[in-house]
Design a binder for this molecule. Structure first.
Ligand code: NAD
Length: 543
């Protein structure tokens, strides 16, 4: 059904070291994090490693009613926290950044163990947490409003930004620690409390982050010798609400949860948004993507190949910003495809903890099944699989990719490159796996039409040396995505900019720029320093 990859030169001159089994390594890493081993055996929900399928731990899942109780505690914490001056709120976030710096390697490892990211990506996620904490600490001294000219004499208008309330954060499995911090660091300096409903596929990462947070809180309480009431408030400031979609749904419906920031599939967003809207709550949605790279006639293909392979294959194609569509000028098609096939053939796939491995496992069997279904549909819709798409079997070099070292018990695939005759229905879907669909175009106008024709609008990129093409792509008639890049790929955003996309990608913007405003409520204030009461718009009402 799927064509075999081309022959690849076997370059494994030295045997990779045998990684520790995931269950044992987790215990060692947990010890480094300074967390209680009891947290690993606290209930009946198991967390398993996609690397080798081993059970890592049994983590807690509270009963449904606990959501109500958690929200009440969070609300009480909010009432006290909003009175703490913002720069002092920043101090707690500064300590969190320090804790994360100290434990970056160990926490990054938990990410690798539970969701299968390669070592540098696990570390990168923790670095992202540190970066957003630093950003939030600076912000805690700059939460600013405007002053506005009034039409009335002796009047002044201004805006203030006040804390909002408990913020519910629902997160996806593929960024199991960073997305919480994007929300929590900003929410906390803005004076809010936080309730975190992590992905049921990454609950251990959440327990680890929450454990580190509580260690910060304990140190802070010890050093500041605050009252027992204040200490209780600090304990309740960030709460974990583990569970499946029912816990997320309970947060979405709860009238005390002022903002629900939900990251996950578009399907999830379609359920959460109306539930929050029903009670006029606020929603910040970060949903699925179907991101494209446009390669023009003038593109630097060396740059493009590196960016496309990282975008399409990094995190095993399990990023919201993964490159899923490649729109290539017809004149570049043959050469680019040939270079991509060569690059794909040189990728080492396997245990993500091993040096040199660039692609780890898929999260679970369901992900592999959805990849296979998509490939079958792509071929039924006229596509040709140019490379990969196979399930890789355990053993060194024993699989379809000779460079791979596949552990037993995980779900490993070779990334697929599929030539498509056009943008067929399957290309318009986000399949959360490493499939890159390649399509040709003849004019930039045609490329932009194809680019914007899908329902999602998250991330996008163009490779060109032509200023007019680059500026057209970035203009109002160009890419319709929240993220549009020139000569770099679709994935790997920095925290300084606002992150998010439009259309089916949800419309939310979080992280940098002025995203903090969503975690606060705006009041417009008018102050009269005169002795008369002029009315706006010249209205007279003499009593
Ligand atoms: P998912 O939608 O299955 O689950 C995400 C979270 O939502 C989980 O915590 C889940 O328990 C919860 N959830 C699911 N249904 C819910 C409901 N009806 N009510 C409340 N909560 C519910 O997504 P996933 O498989 O964990 O992650 C992959 C998806 O997330 C992809 O579509 C990816 O593009 C998207 N994603 C988007 C971003 C972004 O910033 N735009 C970032 C990461 C992942």
């Amino acid at each position: 059904m799927i064509s075999a990859p081309p022959a690849t030169v076997m370059t494994l001159s030295s045997k990779p070291h045998i990684a520790m089994n995931t269950h044992e390594e987790l215990r060692a890493v947990w010890h480094e994090l300074g967390l209680s081993p009891a947290l690993l055996e606290s209930a009946d929900v198991s967390s398993r490693s996609p690397i080798d399928g081993q059970t890592l731990a049994h983590v807690a899942r509270p009963r449904d009613v606990d959501v109500d109780e958690a929200v009440s505690r969070s609300y009480r914490a909010f009432l006290a926290w909003r009175e703490v001056p913002a720069p002092q709120r920043g101090e707690l976030v500064r300590r969190l950044a320090q804790m994360l710096r100290t434990h970056k390697a160990a926490l990054g490892r938990v990410v690798s163990l539970e969701v299968g990211k390669i070592t540098s990506e696990g570390l990168g996620e923790v670095q992202e947490m540190i970066d957003i904490c630093d950003f939030a600490v600076g912000l805690s001294r700059q939460l600013h409003g405007l002053t506005i000219a009034s039409e009335r004499p002796d009047h002044r208008m201004m805006e203030q930004w006040h804390p909002l309330g408990p913020v519910g954060v629902i997160t996806a499995f593929n960024f199991p620690v960073a997305v919480w911090s994007w929300n929590a660091a900003l929410a906390l300096v803005c004076g809010n409390s936080v309730l975190w409903k992590p992905s049921e596929k990454a609950s251990l990462c959440a327990v680890a982050v929450h454990g580190l947070w509580l260690r910060c809180v304990q140190h802070y309480i010890g050093q500041t010798r605050c009252s027992p009431e204040h200490a209780q408030m600090l304990h309740d400031l960030c709460l974990l609400v583990p569970g499946d979609s029912r816990a997320g749904d309970a947060l979405a419906r709860h009238p005390r949860v002022a903002l629900v920031s939900a990251t996950g599939s578009t399907r999830m967003g379609r359920a959460v948004a109306p539930a929050v809207a029903q009670r006029f709550g606020r929603c910040l949605l970060e949903l699925g993507g179907n991101n494209a790279v446009i390669v023009t006639e003038t593109a630097d293909l060396d740059l493009a190949v590196r960016a496309i392979v990282f975008g399409a294959v990094g995190t095993a194609g399990q990023r919201c910003t993964t490159t899923r569509r490649l729109l290539v000028h017809a004149s570049q098609h043959a050469q680019l495809v040939q270079r991509l096939i060569k690059a794909y053939g040189s990728l080492r796939i396997g245990d993500p903890r091993e040096d040199g491995v660039l692609m780890g496992p898929l999260i679970d069997e369901a992900a592999a099944a959805s990849m296979q279904r998509a490939l079958v549909q792509a071929q039924a819709q006229g596509g040709t699989v140019l490379y990969g798409g196979q399930r890789l079997s355990p053993g060194t070099g024993a699989s379809a990719n000779p460079l791979s070292v596949i552990p037993t018990g995980g779900v490993y695939v070779s990334p697929a490159l599929v030539d498509m005759p056009g943008q067929t229905p399957i290309v318009c879907e986000e399949t959360f796996a490493p499939i890159l669909y390649v399509m040709r175009w003849h004019s930039l106008r045609e490329a932009l039409e194809l680019h914007n024709a899908v329902a999602q609008g998250l991330s996008s990129a163009i490779f060109t040396q032509d200023l007019i093409e680059a500026e057209t792509f970035l203009s109002a008639t160009g890419s319709d995505c929240g993220i549009a890049n020139v000569n770099l790929g679709t994935s790997g955003a920095e925290i300084g900019g606002a992150f998010g996309g439009d259309k089916d990608s949800g419309g939310g913007r979080e992280s940098g720029s002025d995203a903090w405003r969503q975690y606060m409520r705006r009041t417009t204030n008018t102050i009269n320093r005169g002795r008369s009461l002029p009315l706006a718009q010249g209205v007279s009402f003499d009593v």
